[in-house]
Design a protein around this ligand. Structure first.
Ligand code: ADP
Ligand code: MG
Length: 189
């Protein structure tokens, strides 16, 4: 089946020795795709450059190779898609379409704050996919800060409640891979 991923990153390309806070065993277990069979979620948290998108895409690639339907989107793009669909009176159909992929990779939660209305559209999608399909999310914000991201603590709690019920969270602590050579050269602190 065709996977819609922006670029291909694989687990084989990932240098685990650069990021010792990542539990390799856990990533190996996730790459076995049991979480997809069980419609569970994976949440990758951490600062910029630590490999969240790389790992999310790599798990998506594994799922696509196993024959699952995979869709990649940034959260920003997802939200504009939902807002536009509602304006055009086809929100229900759009939500249905986004429930269809067995694996939905949602990248970059937390970079741009959402209005309460946007957050409630996002909640509707998460609620639809709950226990039906897997969602892989990346965020630079800890769960404590999601209230701010979603502009409403009640909606944030409802979203986290569904997302975390069946899920694995990888909390990556470490340095940016993007900056590693610049740091070596003394260009950044
Ligand atoms: P994040 O999403 O956490 O901001 P990315 O996954 O986009 O970070 O990683 C930034 C860049 O560095 C990407 O090109 C990614 O492939 C690469 N990268 C990050 N961590 C590693 C790693 N441990 N081994 C190999 N490449 C890495
Ligand atoms: Mg990223």
């Amino acid at each position: 089946k065709q996977a819609r991923l922006p670029w291909i990153k694989t687990l084989e390309q990932f240098d685990f020795s650069f990021q010792p806070s990542i539990d390799r065993k856990l990533v190996r277990e996730l790459s076995g795709l049991g979480f997809v069979e069980r419609n569970e979620n994976v949440i990758l948290l951490g600062p910029p450059g630590v490999g969240k998108t790389h790992l999310a895409v790599a798990l998506g690639v594994k799922a696509a190779e196993a024959g699952h339907r995979v869709l990649f989107m940034t959260l920003d793009r997802l939200v504009s898609t939902l807002v536009k669909a509602r304006q055009e009176n086809r929100l229900d159909r759009q939500l249905q379409q986004l429930t269809y992929p067995k694996v939905l990779v949602l990248d970059e939660i937390g970079y741009l704050p959402m209005t309460r209305e946007e957050a409630s559209l996002f909640f509707r999608l998460i609620n639809r996919r709950y226990e039906r399909a897997s969602t892989i999310l990346t965020s630079n914000k800890s769960f404590m800060d999601w209230g701010e991201v979603f502009g409403d603590q009640v909606i944030a709690t409802a979203i986290l409640d569904r997302l975390l019920h069946h899920s694995t969270t990888l909390n990556i602590k470490g340095e940016s891979y993007r900056l590693k050579d610049k740091r070596k050269a003394g260009l950044v602190p």
